[in-house]
Design a binder for this molecule. Structure first.
Ligand code: GRF
Length: 187
């Protein structure tokens, strides 16, 4: 199965996916291309493994250019810390083939503006008792698609944005490869 990964940042989730493919935890899969909407460390990680990379800067025709860039034989598009919004046409043309990871227990703390540390700040401010991560299908409604996998943990009394971010990342590393396997197995 051919996977295209979209990144905007440090790419630790991308690294986890690469590792899981290499060690056979995600079998019969390869990352054919990593696409970013900016220069970012995720691209460096991909290059280290000889994976093709491509940058499409944010702009008016972003989703169209992205669609043109995705190879035809792509089975799955994985958003791994990708910060641009994909338009309706793009989401519909790859319906059921795009998944995203989100650093909260969706539907809580999802939607526009809910990314990175904003999410953790909002969770702490709301005095939530737990948080976690969610892998879901991507539809044109932001963070609204069907949930594939979710994992939660209780918040500590002295939880900070930093400690929360670290725990969320660990949770993401657990559920992302599992979710990818679930989705690929259904194909
Ligand atoms: C993750 O926490 C993900 O949930 C969010 O952005 C972060 C990406 O981290 N959408 P990385 O680039 O995989 O390290």
């Amino acid at each position: 199965k051919n996977i295209v990964v979209l990144v905007s940042g440090s790419g630790t989730n991308l690294q986890r996916i690469i590792d899981c493919i290499e060690c056979g935890e995600i079998p019969n899969a390869q990352i054919s291309l990593v696409i970013a909407d900016r220069e970012c460390f995720g691209l460096e990680r991909a290059k280290k493994y000889g994976i093709a990379v491509h940058i499409i800067p944010r702009g008016k025709n972003f989703s169209f250019e992205l669609k043109e860039t995705i190879p035809e034989n792509t089975d799955l598009i994985v958003l791994a810390g990708f910060l641009s919004i994909l338009n309706k046409e793009f989401c519909e043309s790859f319906n059921g083939k795009i998944i995203n990871i989100h650093p909260s227990l969706l539907p809580k703390f999802g939607g526009k503006g809910m990314w990175g540390h904003h999410v953790h700040e909002a969770v702490l401010e709301a005095k939530e008792k737990e948080s976690g991560a969610t892998v879901h299908y991507v539809t044109s409604g932001i963070d609204e698609g069907e949930i594939i996998l979710q994992n939660s943990f209780p918040l500590a009394e002295n939880e900070t944005v930093e400690t929360l971010a670290q725990k969320i990342h660990q949770t993401e590393f657990e559920i992302f490869p599992k979710a990818i396997k679930i989705v690929l197995n259904k194909m």
